[in-house]
Write a protein that binds this ligand. Structure first.
Ligand code: MN
Length: 208
């Protein structure tokens, strides 16, 4: 069962995250994707693609970049349930991934390879994203750099009309579903507002 690792890491009596297995059925037509900004022990962006009934997941410390010359490190993490894509809120401190979670972008993705399972095995997945912030053609590429015991991938934007040198994580810091900043989400859900605010862009000083 693909969600075993996900469920073993969490105490669902304590965390408000979805347990999985009882969520909405996969859409027959579109494959969803979501990017969740997650201020845990370290800030990262969880990049998730719906495949085979779960959300395949990578943690991207610096977040996605629409600049084709910028390759972003993406560490594979455990599969998540499909309904996790709608989760925005606070994971209690002391729990796995404790901190504030924002739905930073979401939409659907389209494979640009004939066989996704084969592409994943070979570490070369090409796809297009149809989100509110992320669009156009991208690749996830597995790399052996560093000889680390943990497999690393890179998320890379392909050159197309949606490529840009903008720093999208800075330019578009708000939730795509609630329009809130991370600190607002922490505040609304009883989380650590000061910790969450560290991952928001600096607020303009109010003049007296
Ligand atoms: Mn995370």
């Amino acid at each position: 069962m693909a969600l075993t690792k996900y469920q073993q890491k969490r105490d669902f009596k304590v965390t408000p995250e979805p347990k999985g297995g009882s969520g909405p059925k996969a859409s027959a037509k579109e494959l969803s994707f979501v990017v969740q900004k997650h201020q845990a022990s370290h800030l990262h962006y969880d990049f998730r693609l719906q495949w085979n009934g779960v959300l395949l997941s990578w943690a991207i410390p610096k977040g996605p970049s629409p600049d084709p010359s910028v390759k972003r490190l993406a560490m594979p993490v455990e599969d998540h349930p499909l309904e996790y894509g709608g989760f925005e809120g606070v994971i209690p401190e002391g729990q796995y991934g404790g901190g504030t979670v924002m739905v930073w972008d979401r939409g659907y993705w389209v494979p640009e390879v004939p066989d996704v399972d084969k592409a994943l095995r070979e570490g070369q997945l090409k796809f297009s994203l149809h989100g509110a912030k992320l669009r156009g053609s991208w690749a996830l590429v597995r790399t052996g750099i560093g000889g680390s015991p943990r497999t690393k991938w890179l998320l890379i934007k392909h050159r197309d009309d949606h490529a840009s040198s903008d720093d999208i994580t800075v330019a578009k810091p708000r939730s795509v579903i609630s329009k809130k900043l991370l600190a607002d989400i922490a505040k609304a859900n009883g989380g650590d507002i000061v910790k969450a605010a560290k991952a928001d862009p600096p607020r303009k000083a109010t003049r007296a």
